[in-house]
Design a binder for this molecule. Structure first.
Ligand SMILES: [Zn+2]
Length: 86
């Protein structure tokens, strides 16, 4: 199975390679939420990674799992602030 990465044509930026398509989609969701305020940017894609970048996906970047964990923390924080703000 080859790794995937999310690419945003609008920012001309790529996510770190993710082991699975689901992890690449987590990068996509995170990028949409943080950079584009939840909107879907033009020219985005999820593409298989080949060659050098595919060799060690987690060596230079935060792993997809860490991103998922971060998203979970964000969700928890927003729930907590909603409860406290009542
Ligand atoms: Zn973007």
């Amino acid at each position: 199975m080859s790794p995937y990465r999310y690419r945003c044509g609008r920012c001309r930026a790529s996510s770190p390679p993710a082991t699975t398509r689901a992890e690449a989609e987590a990068h996509r969701d995170y990028h949409r939420a943080t950079v584009h305020g939840g909107l879907v940017p033009d020219g985005e894609s999820i593409e298989p990674v080949r060659g050098e970048a595919a060799r060690d996906p987690n060596a230079r970047y935060v792993s997809g799992r860490a991103v998922l964990f971060g998203l979970g923390l964000l969700a928890a924080a927003s729930v907590i602030s909603r409860i406290l703000g009542r």
